[in-house]
Design a protein around this ligand. Sequence first.
Ligand code: MSP
Length: 501
Amino acid sequence: MSDRFYVTTPIYYVNDVPHIGHAYTTVIADAVARWHRLLDEDVFFLTGTDEHGLKVQRSAEERGLTPQQHADATSARFREAWALLDISNDDFIRTTEDRHAVAVTALMQAAYDNGHIYKDTYEGLYCVSCEAYYQPEDLVDGLCPIHKRPVETLREENWFFRLSAFEDRLLAWYETGDAVLPEGKRNEAVGIVRQGLRDISISRTSISWGIPVPWDPDHVFYVWYDALINYATAVGYGSDRERFDAWWPTVHHVIGKDILRFHTVYWPAVLMAAGEAPPRQVQVHGFLLIGGEKMSKTALNQIFPADLVEDFGVDGFRYHFLRENPFGPDGDFSYEAMVARYNGDLANNLGNLLSRVATVVGKKCGGVAPAPRADSPLAPVVESAYEATAEGWARFAPSVALEATWRIIREANALLEEAEPWKAEPGPEVDAVLGDALEALRIVAVLAAPAVPHATTEIWRRLGLAGTPGEQRLPEAARWGQYPGGATIDTGAPLFPRIKA
Ligand code: MSP
């Protein structure tokens, strides 16, 4: 049986519409999922929407809708955005679905039965945008440190989760090495726990828009405890134990740094409390900034996927966000950088290699593809680039992986420039160089398929190959020398027309 690989995005709040920050996370998770499918693993890729809580209740009220109507409308916007970006999720979960209430009820009941939940009164400073309590010392000028908005004093009789009892177990989990990555983010999680954990309130009586606490139905669960459990719901927790055991805990959560505490502290602890294993891995990336600022509705600096897809196409969009910023640190988004990256990597490097080879095959070989040389100088280039590409994807570093794949393109272009087959007489030497370049393109089409699925499928077709690059299996498909030759090459229009700045 093949390995299982379960990957998730955060489930996005339905009070906001999808912007490029949400798309950033989702495209990364999608490309990683596609890479693991190439490795012939059994992949389950989950995304969805987070629909309960005070924030959603209030934004529905502002729009004169019921929370459910509001959630239905906005959740649909996320599905549309992901369809536009060719996101290959296997499931889309909504926290208002019945299956989710079943899982939340079962998991929290298990934690309660194990003695980790108790009743107490709580008064604290609450940020509705974060849906989280703050300590006075956490505030910046009296405002929420993340949203820079006023907090509210809430006093509630709540159910509490004994988070403080899990410090040692959490520290032991971080020490397993790659549970939380990159390393800087793991250190942040370790720091939070080392400071000492307070028990946290996990229920609310002030709102009704949530999942009722099974042993005390006047309360609903705190939205974060509801939300995190989606990852268990989707693989059958509470309804299909066999399925859950098949997928858990092979799960890899891809998240932004804003929700590190919830995923690396609250979530593994409640799983442990319910008697389940913590997630296999949490991969935490930085923020995409606009002119150094975080995107937000109030700052009016949000950019929406459709705007950029219009100019750069779906592949241009995906490639940019996978390639431009290394996974981990914050990175600034700039339109100019996007144009430069597109023109450089996609139009000049990849697009040009394809059109050059196709044109010269047309002129010098009657349009019929020659086969590659077994001892091509590109063979060792491909071998090492494949290793580096695989290593990059394995550690959720798409920019590293793509940089490695593009080395093949650069070397193939360099080989052509050196040999100048367009100037030479037709014959075995011209055939050899063109066959090598075609083989390089075949391999690049497979390795780049997770990032640019449309363009690579088109390359595959123009090379006269059957099926799609996404259906190939690695590492076999990256082995040098498989391009058969003999096919009629389709020249076609430029894959990535240059964009004028
Ligand atoms: N609903 C919670 C998550 C619950 S998961 C069990 C939530 N939703 S959110 O809509 O606010 O999404 C936050 C996530 O969106 C971030 O963690 C990140 O993955 C992504 N991003 C939102 N803005 C972003 C940037 N500006 N840059 C990068 N990622 C961003 O929090």
